[in-house]
Design a protein around this ligand. Structure first.
Ligand code: PXG
Length: 442
């Protein structure tokens, strides 16, 4: 007989990306959320300085989304995803197609960023094969890239800690260098001046493997969870040119940059570069339901259709039980309504100068080696404790938590990504709290 689960038994839940032993000694439990604030188990109000995990940008518990989800559960709670459809899936896909930079207009739904990345990589491989270029099998990523935790995503990803314990990963993967160059670009505001030539790494990797063997390159327009790395001026344009020259698909992983974070609808719009495939997730539902996807052009979609054989055959043997889940689609439609009605991207653009000035006001603060920002995202590099680079960011984040502020930490960085509904005074309070936490941390 199994023992009954005690309420608040913390043991059974094996927590993701969490120091379980440490957490369970002093748990941080969130029990409610509204607007910009969480409530913790002690009844304290916590300012949400990273919009959950970069996803709750319209703020928590927005009425229209709550209503849409509740009524969808009652109306159609689930519909089979394969060989059947439901109206909201088509409605959401059409909405998304209209918001994307041309020519991206066909949407494949998943449930997360990780699934979106693996889906995009599979589309890239199958696309080349469908057009008779099956030797183009190699996938390229970038150092420090974060593309979720599927085997595809960690293979093209470039964060060693997420890769090193998982065997051979995908074969046929290579990486270009990351663009973070503190020697020339420390304390850059917005796009760094130097480093477009990092894109030329791609030419080197192509020379090594030959373009006839390369399917795609995947990058985040702004690398988020590795510490908010902003692309140097001209860098993404140059990647685009090199991919075009060699018939290599360019994939933008827009799981963080999508839907406003950069002050434009998509990151691609901010940098004036359109990829061949784009992933999204997180903020498409304002974080309320798990939903992600990949957007492709009609040309790519039509290539699959043309190579699909008789029309009763599947054109792409891929999908998830919960692809285009009706409740997630309802949340997505309501969240995009809000994003457009409240002009989320415009609000980010309007707040970004204030946010930039505020975060760069911490230049010279204790432990801070670099500050960078774009839209409503900022990253801080924290001087490491000898031999323990990840320790001080944790201590700083915990000092913030004690003061009633939630910020993200990872590697040797602290990250801020406040909701788009932030008021200037709230941004100031967040940055001031971080400043105090830096000053107090040894
Ligand atoms: N791609 C990118 C660019 C991401 O940022 C994923 C893929 C994976 O998404 P899912 O939904 O499978 O987790 C992400 C996720 C952080 C943080 O604190 C960032 C993410 C996830 C958790 C924490 O920066 N990004």
């Amino acid at each position: 007989m199994t023992a009954p689960l005690r309420p608040n038994n913390l043991e059974a839940f094996w927590m993701p990306f969490t120091a379980n032993r440490q957490f369970k000694q002093a748990p941080r439990l969130l029990v409610g959320a509204k607007g910009m604030y969480y409530t913790d188990a002690d009844g304290r109000e916590i300012l949400d300085g990273t919009a959950g995990l970069w996803c709750v940008n319209a703020g928590h518990a927005r009425e229209k989304i709550v209503e849409a989800v509740s009524s969808q559960v009652a109306e159609l709670d689930y519909a089979p995803a394969f060989q059947m459809g439901h109206p909201k899936a088509f409605e959401l896909a059409s909405r998304l197609a209209n918001m994307m930079p041309s020519p991206l207009d066909h949407v494949f739904f998943t449930n997360s960023g990780s699934e979106s990345v693996d889906t995009a990589l599979k589309i890239a491989l199958a696309y080349h094969r469908a057009r008779g270029k099956g030797t183009k099998f190699r996938l390229l990523g970038r150092e420090r890239g974060y593309h979720g935790v599927g085997f595809g995503g960690i293979s093209v990803g470039g964060i060693s800690g997420n890769r090193k314990t998982f065997g051979t990963l995908l074969t046929g993967v290579d990486h270009i260098r990351h663009t973070h160059d503190l020697s020339r670009n420390a304390f850059s505001r917005g796009e760094p001046e130097y480093g477009a030539e990092f894109a030329d790494d791609l030419e080197k990797v192509i020379a090594l493997h030959d373009a006839s063997n390369i399917a795609a390159l995947i990058v985040e327009p702004v690398a988020g969870s590795t510490g908010v790395l902003i692309p140097p001026k001209g860098y993404l344009k140059r990647l685009r040119e090199i991919c075009d020259k060699h018939d290599i698909l360019l994939i933008f992983d827009e799981v963080i940059t999508g839907f406003g974070r950069c002050g434009t609808m998509m990151g691609a719009d901010a940098f004036g570069v359109v990829p061949d495939l784009m992933t999204f997730a997180k903020q498409v539902t304002n974080g309320v339901q798990p939903l992600g996807g990949v957007v492709a052009s009609k040309a790519i979609y039509d290539t699959f259709m043309a190579a699909g054989g008789p029309d009763y055959m599947l054109e792409f043997a891929h999908g998830y039980t919960y692809s285009a889940h009706p409740v997630a689609c309802a949340a997505g439609i309501a969240a995009l309504d809000l994003l457009e009605r409240e002009d989320g991207p415009g609000r980010v653009k309007a707040l970004s100068a204030h946010f930039e000035a505020a975060v760069h006001g911490l230049k010279g603060a204790r432990h801070v080696l670099d500050i960078r920002n774009y839209g409503l995202a900022a990253g801080f590099t924290i001087a490491p404790v000898a031999g323990e680079p990840a320790r001080r960011p944790y201590d700083i984040a915990m000092a913030c938590w004690k003061k009633g502020f939630y910020v993200r930490y990872g590697g040797d960085t602290i990250q801020l990504a406040p909701p788009f509904i932030s008021e200037k005074a709230e941004l100031d309070r967040l940055v001031n709290a971080l400043g105090d936490a830096l000053a107090e941390t040894v």
